[in-house]
Design a protein around this ligand. Structure first.
Ligand SMILES: *Cc1c(COP(=O)(O)O)cnc(C)c1O
Length: 231
C-alpha cells in the first residue's frame, strides 16, 4: 500500500512539474512519518524514500537509530531549546526555526559538535493565531540575525498553510512565501541561500509545487490517516 501511495504521489509531483515547466528534480518529497511505526518507514525506504520528516525530537532520535544511515532526517515540528542538543548532528535540515533564541541554541550546539546546521525560517504566512512562525514583515530581519550566528546556514523558508477544503485557497499563501524568498535572496546576505521553499502537505502539495515548492511534506498521502494528530 505504502509503495503504491509513494508511486502515486511521485507521479502527481511529476505531472505538477510538467504543468509549470519545472524539472522534476527540483522537487523533493519528504515522507512525513510522525506517529507511524518503524515497519512503515522501512516500507517507504524500500520504495525509494530517503527523506523523512518528524515533528518530535525523541521520536526522530529513536527512528534515526533504527533506520539506515543514508536517510535524510527533517525536523518539521516546533522545537524547544532544551531539545536542540539531541537533534544537531542527526538532522539534515531543521524546517521550524522562528526565533533568534532558538537559533542561538542551535548555533551553540553546532559549535560544540564542530558541525554546521542547515535551517529554514518558518513563516506564518497566513498569520493564523494558532501557528508558530514569524510574520512576513519580520522575516528578512530574522533571517539576517540568524545568519550572523556561527555554524548556521539559512537555506530558505518554510510554511504550514491553513487547513482548507480546497487547495486553491492556499495558492496565494504559497505565492507570498515565494515572493518573500525572492526579496530576501536579492539582499545577498552572507550564509543565506534561499534555495529551498518547504511548502505543501497532503492536501495542497500540487498547488505548492505550481508556485515553486522545492520540498513537499506528505504524511497522510503516503502512510494514511494518523490515529492522533499533532500540531
Ligand atoms: C504532519 C505534518 C505534515 C504532513 O501532513 P499531512 O497532511 O499528513 O500530509 C507536513 N508538515 C508538517 C509541519 C506537519 O506537522
Amino acid at each position: 500500500m505504502i509503495q503504491e501511495n509513494i508511486k502515486a504521489v511521485q507521479k502527481n509531483i511529476e505531472d505538477a512539474c510538467t504543468r509549470v515547466s519545472r524539472p522534476k528534480e527540483e522537487v523533493t518529497l519528504i515522507a512525513v512519518s510522525k506517529t507511524k511505526p518503524l515497519e512503515m518507514l522501512k516500507e517507504a525506504y524500500a520504495a525509494g524514500c530517503r527523506d523523512f520528516g518528524e515533528n518530535k525530537v525523541q521520536e526522530l532520535a529513536d527512528k534515526y537509530e533504527a533506520m539506515p544511515k543514508d536517510v535524510r532526517w527533517h525536523m518539521i515540528g516546533h522545537l524547544q531549546r532544551n531539545k536542540v542538543k539531541y537533534l544537531v548532528g542527526k538532522v539534515c535540515l531543521i524546517h521550524s526555526v522562528d526565533s533568534v533564541r532558538l537559533a542561538e541554541e542551535i548555533s551553540k550546539e553546532a559549535m560544540k559538535k564542530g558541525v554546521s546546521v542547515n535551517i529554514l525560517v518558518e513563516v506564518n504566512v497566513a498569520e493564523e493565531e494558532s501557528k508558530f512562525g514569524t510574520t512576513c514583515a519580520e522575516t528578512a530581519d530574522l533571517v539576517k540575525k540568524i545568519a550572523s550566528l556561527p555554524g548556521i546556514f539559512v537555506k530558505g523558508l518554510m510554511t504550514i498553510a491553513p487547513y482548507v477544503e480546497k487547495s486553491e485557497e492556499n495558492r496565494q499563501h504559497f505565492v507570498n512565501l515565494r515572493k518573500l524568498s525572492v526579496d530576501i535572496k536579492k539582499q545577498n546576505i552572507d550564509n543565506v541561500s534561499m534555495d529551498i521553499l518547504s511548502m505543501g502537505m497532503s492536501g495542497d502539495y500540487l498547488v505548492a509545487i505550481e508556485e515553486g515548492a522545492t520540498y513537499v511534506r506528505v504524511g497522510t498521502g503516503i502512510f494514511g490517516e494518523r490515529t492522533y494528530s499533532i500540531g
